[in-house]
Design a protein around this ligand. Structure first.
Ligand SMILES: [Zn+2]
Length: 241
């Protein structure tokens, strides 16, 4: 049982945000690591992903990603792992999408009326380069409408836990001013979810948060806190008719 995970549904869309609990990986990936690109054994990652799909229910197949902090979007119609993309979009019922993160934000997007769903991985580069915007554009191309799209922003590092160099803060200031703040020690900081919400709002899309700060809460994988570690994820799927 995936004890700390959070799941939900709206109409024909189901989603699941995972944490570390309930998988079969061993340290430093214990235990529900969903990523194949972090050094964990592929067999146990497959088992972990299957456990996620079971809890999600309604999914018959999985489309996953090997994220690279880019803005690549794959429109997928079948199971498999997409290389070098940070966003997946589909209209295929029963095909679950999986976005990964460990401080970076796993994002779920959906337009219920159009039957289009998306899953995105974004850190500060994705915020700067607008990978979520790229995913939205792909969804619009599949019939989604901006005003109808809903966004869920999964567990991620919060602003006070995320100090950054001044030049990085300046870059983010240029695209998402509310994301830039100051840590307790006076260093500039970035709140990724605040920045993504800001960029989404400018496109007419409202966002809500699921889960807390990955760096503060040991139930989550945190790259900043733990170095070599696993990835939690966000699954989303359209029910099969
Ligand atoms: Zn925090």
């Amino acid at each position: 049982m995936l004890t700390g995970s959070e799941s939900g549904r709206a109409g024909a869309v189901r989603w699941l945000f995972t944490d570390r609990a309930g998988g079969v990986s061993v340290d430093p990936y214990s235990s529900l690591n969903l990523a194949t690109h972090v050094g964990d054994a592929s067999g146990v990652v497959s088992e972990n992903r299957a456990a996620g799909l079971t809890l999600l229910s309604g999914a018959g197949a999985l489309a996953s990603m090997r994220p690279t902090h880019g803005t690549g979007v794959a429109v997928v119609t079948a199971a498999g792992e997409s290389e070098d993309v940070d966003a997946l979009v589909t209209t295929e019922p029963g095909l679950a999408l999986l976005a990964l993160g460990a401080d970076c934000v796993p994002v779920v997007l959906f337009d219920l009326a159009a039957g289009v769903v998306g899953a995105v991985h974004t850190g500060w580069r994705g915020l700067r380069d607008d990978v979520v915007g790229a995913a939205l554009s792909a969804m619009l191309g599949l019939g989604a409408q901006g005003q109808r799209i809903e966004a869920l922003l999964g567990p991620a590092i919060c602003g006070p836990c995320y100090p950054v160099p001044a030049e990085r803060a300046q870059e983010i200031e240029g695209v998402a001013p509310p994301a830039v703040g100051t840590c307790k020690d006076g260093q500039p900081s970035i709140d990724l979810r605040v920045g993504i919400s800001y960029r989404l709002a400018r496109r007419g899309v409202s966002a809500r948060y699921v889960g807390g700060c990955t760096a503060e809460d040991s139930r989550y994988f945190s790259h900043r806190r733990d170095g070599i570690t696993g990835r939690q994820g966000a699954f989303v799927v359209l029910d099969r008719a």
